[in-house]
Write a protein that binds this ligand. Structure first.
Ligand SMILES: NC(=O)c1ccc[n+]([C@@H]2O[C@H](COP(=O)([O-])OP(=O)(O)OC[C@H]3O[C@@H](n4cnc5c(N)ncnc54)[C@H](O)[C@@H]3O)[C@@H](O)[C@H]2O)c1
Length: 356
């Protein structure tokens, strides 16, 4: 049985469907029946059998087009954006047409941004194929591309009209990408989802062996947490900031490595350990809570040791972070109840001590 979660406020609400195979002809034809043309964006790393399957399922659409971008972060660029916009215009897409993002977070972010801006906004559907995209980037409506000054600096909030999550795609995901997604999963457990925390704690072996039943439960719990937060705060004016737990130092680590040699989720995982340590030095959590966090990360085979990163090297990237407002750095920390909160009230020494 598919799990269905409703996300967003009434006028922009959409379904997130989670199943072993959520992409069925019935679901697609029902959702896309009023659409004339469909442009599917995908990347060169998506296994070709998945693309063939999707083509087959969408064969009821006479005007079906595919556009493949090179896989990797470099595709979240203006040049890719322009190519897609020109393709939409050449194919004479109008507001009765739709786009589909079929891939990971890179494909989802650029497709969502193209859909937000072409003709001032056309419909788009997310079909995420990586764990990170399934538990995080496909839901919540953040879309973006990168410019040389920084990652995700140009973008918009644009909700998809439907998200179809098939857990079976996770079977072919490279280990490094799977672990990257687990980093975001574990974040939801640390920022307040106790059921998810328990699920991970009791099933680490099954998670490591990619048991799809457990993964579907975990994806569901992740989306429930994200959904509650983004529905309350669609444009990140308040509570949504807690989703950035681990991201301030995570982004600094990614930037210090020029976004090479470390995945987003792996950097965020290290960032969460750092934020948890700062929470401990600030007196918000006890030492056993810090240990529990590190143990949970370790139990999934993720890296929790960040000793090769030095505070003095990361410092300059902290001030470039979007979490800096009026020159004051904000951090997302956690408290003894296991809840996350955003604050700019902390002792700078706690930051340095976390790296000592
Ligand atoms: N919009 C948001 O809210 C949000 C949140 C988090 C991250 N992001 C963005 O997401 C991006 C990272 O996304 P990602 O981690 O999914 O990486 P990705 O999109 O680069 O995908 C990783 C790799 O996996 C391959 N792949 C995808 N599905 C596969 C499958 N089923 N089997 C085998 N290979 C597969 C891809 O071809 C790619 O090479 C970053 O750009 C980040 O900024 C956005």
């Amino acid at each position: 049985m598919a799990k269905i979660i409703k996300v967003g406020k009434k006028n922009s609400q959409y379904d997130v469907v989670i199943a072993r195979n959520a992409i069925t002809k019935t679901r697609l034809s029902k959702h896309l029946k009023s659409k004339n043309k469909i442009l599917v964006i995908t990347d060169s790393g998506i296994p070709s059998k998945y693309i063939r399957e999707l083509k087959n399922l969408l064969s009821f659409k006479k005007q079906l087009y595919f556009h493949e971008i090179p896989c990797g972060e470099k595709s979240k660029s203006f040049s890719t954006f322009i190519k897609i916009q020109e393709k939409l215009a050449d194919l004479k897409f109008d507001r009765s047409d739709s786009m589909i993002a079929f891939g990971g977070g890179v494909v989802g972010d650029i497709t969502g941004f193209c859909a937000a801006t072409y003709l001032r906004g056309i419909d788009f559907v997310q079909i995420p194929t990586t764990l990170l995209a399934q538990v995080d980037s496909s839901v919540g409506g953040k879309t973006a591309i990168n410019i040389k000054q920084g990652k995700n600096l140009v973008g918009s909030f644009n909700n998809p009209s439907l998200v179809l999550i098939s857990s079976k795609f996770l079977e072919t995901l490279p280990d490094i990408e799977y672990k990257s997604g687990l980093g975001e999963v574990i974040k939801y457990a640390f920022i307040g989802n106790k059921k998810l925390y328990k699920l991970i704690h009791e099933n680490s072996r099954k998670i490591k062996s990619r048991n799809l039943n457990i993964l579907e439960d975990i994806i569901e719990e992740s989306i429930i947490t994200k959904s509650k937060i983004v529905t309350q705060d669609e444009k990140e004016n308040g509570i949504r900031a807690i989703l950035n737990f681990g991201h301030t130092f995570g982004h600094a680590i990614e930037a210090s490595k020029n976004y090479k040699g470390i995945t987003h989720g792996a950097a965020v995982t290290l960032g969460m350990v750092i934020a948890a340590k700062i929470s401990y030095f600030e007196g918000h959590i006890k030492i056993h809570q810090l240990d529990n966090i590190i143990n949970l990360i370790d139990s999934l085979g993720l890296e929790s040791n960040y000793e090769k990163y030095k505070f003095k090297d990361l410092k300059k990237y902290l001030s470039n972070d979007k979490k800096v407002s009026s020159g004051k750095l904000s951090l997302v920390l956690i408290n003894s109840k296991g809840l996350a909160f955003k604050t700019n009230q902390f002792n700078n020494k706690s930051l340095e001590k976390s790296f000592a």
